[in-house]
Design a binder for this molecule. Structure first.
Ligand code: PMT
Length: 401
């Protein structure tokens, strides 16, 4: 697998002659598997065109906090990134970053970024050697940022000396080294969550499935409540669940329990808070027929052999890290509290949110819910009937408390 597979990298480009090398830099990052968002300053456009960069990154370049009456959410961009690379970083942008100034899109995203920041400076030697620049570089180092050493060679002034931006290949090697040293790639300082929502469909044949009545409303309400608290949320949702289209929510549609297991186990690694609100099928047909099963006069009875699906919550409980909080849901019809507590312990969850089919207006499909938050130590908090959005907010505040 490419070493930057799935990593979100913001490439900030500022006004320096070295900007002409950035299409190659972006190409190498994309080749390494990164999902690259380019942000340019106005001055950078004197050296390289947004068109070249959007072509190699596969995305429109951002250069302004607002565009065509639409506001780009710099806070979420900064929070969602795994790495921010500023290359080339001019003496001017270096100074502005050190001072916390914020008068363009790049600086606004930089100030909101909670991921590692890597800076590849580029300027003439006299500027590079100036005590003001040296002190700015030290300041940025003290913020925990990495500074890629400048190269020595011919400069824009025609002079020869130190100040050239590192070559794109060397920048990639620098990032590779950092990732090998297990630099803290996860952004969001603990504010990344995984939520599952909705039903799973287990295929019987190409037109039939085993499913359930979950609509995903509860899980989606939880994802929205977490995004409202500044979390970046990976929402893994079963069939029929609409994408909430929120900039803080990354939507991953799946169909079967096995697909949900694959998506959840992969996204769980980055999450510090995991809430499994999906209604996952415990069993699936052992074999899904390739063609539609036909009715025949001779076949009066038909049996389908079911095999067990992976238990996603139990798997996440077995692999829980000390930084993670794991929350499951339970839909019970009898001995509700006892069963929920049993589930909480058996699956190594920290909380189980219990809803009962016996409560009117609670559970599947409704816009309201009434739940009991059961803690692993056996204590419980009852949340009265209210909208799923309000219930979601109350659940989150109980968990975070
Ligand atoms: O989607 P809505 O229409 O809004 O309805 C919400 C809801 C009722 C579906 C939701 O609030 C809820 O209760 N979800 C869990 C229902 C359920 O399937 O409970 P369970 O007791 O079967 O599972 C217990 C826990 O294990 C759940 O967190 C479930 O996601 C998880 N599980 C179950 C089976 C499995 N193979 N893997 C799992 O991870």
């Amino acid at each position: 697998m490419a070493f930057l597979q799935g990593k979100k990298i913001i490439v900030g480009i500022t006004g320096s002659i070295a900007a002409y090398k950035t299409p190659q830099l972006v190409r190498l990052l994309v080749r390494a598997g990164a999902d690259v968002q380019v942000i340019m300053t106005e001055k950078a456009k004197d050296f390289v065109t947004p068109l070249s960069l959007s072509t190699v990154s596969g995305k429109p370049v951002l250069d302004n906090v607002q565009e065509g009456g639409q506001w780009h959410n710099h806070v979420l961009l900064g929070r969602a990134a795994n790495l921010m690379l500023i290359a080339p970083c001019s003496a001017n942008t270096l100074a502005r970053m050190a001072r916390g100034l914020c008068d363009n899109m790049l600086l606004a995203v930089y100030l909101s970024a909670v991921c590692p920041v890597v800076i590849a400076p580029a300027m003439d030697e006299d500027m590079w050697q100036h005590p003001a620049t040296k002190s700015n570089v030290e300041k940025l180092r003290s913020y925990g940022h990495s500074i890629i050493p400048v190269g020595i060679g011919e400069l824009a002034s025609g002079l020869t000396g130190a100040g050239r931006m590192a070559e794109p290949e060397d920048i990639i090697s620098f990032i590779r080294q950092q990732s090998a040293q297990k630099v803290h790639w996860d952004n969001t300082t603990g504010r990344r969550a995984l939520v599952s929502a909705g039903p799973t469909y287990e295929a019987i044949d190409p037109v039939r499935f085993l499913g359930n009545h979950s609509t995903g409303k509860m899980g989606t309400a939880l994802a929205l409540a977490l995004a409202g608290k500044g979390y970046i949320v990976d929402l893994v949702a079963g069939p029929g669940v609409p994408d909430p289209q929120h900039p803080g929510i990354q939507f991953f549609p799946v169909v079967s329990a096995q697909e949900m297991f694959a998506a959840c186990s992969s996204h769980s690694k980055a999450a510090t808070l995991i809430i499994m609100a999906a209604a996952v099928a415990d069993y699936r047909p052992e074999h899904a027929a390739l063609q539609k099963i036909k009715k025949s006069a001779a076949t009066k009875e038909l049996s389908i052999k079911l095999v067990q699906n992976p238990d996603i919550l139990a798997y996440l409980g077995q692999h829980k890290t000390p930084e993670q909080t794991l929350v499951g849901f339970a839909l019970e019809t009898e001995n509700e509290f006892e069963n929920a507590l049993k589930k909480c312990k058996a699956k190594n969850a920290d909380f189980i949110v219990l809803n009962s089919l016996n409560d009117k207006g609670a559970g599947f499909g409704t816009d309201t819910n009434k739940v009991t938050v059961v803690k692993a130590d056996g204590t419980k908090i009852e949340l009265p009937l209210q909208s799923k959005q309000k219930i979601a907010e109350a659940i989150i505040s109980e968990i975070l408390n």
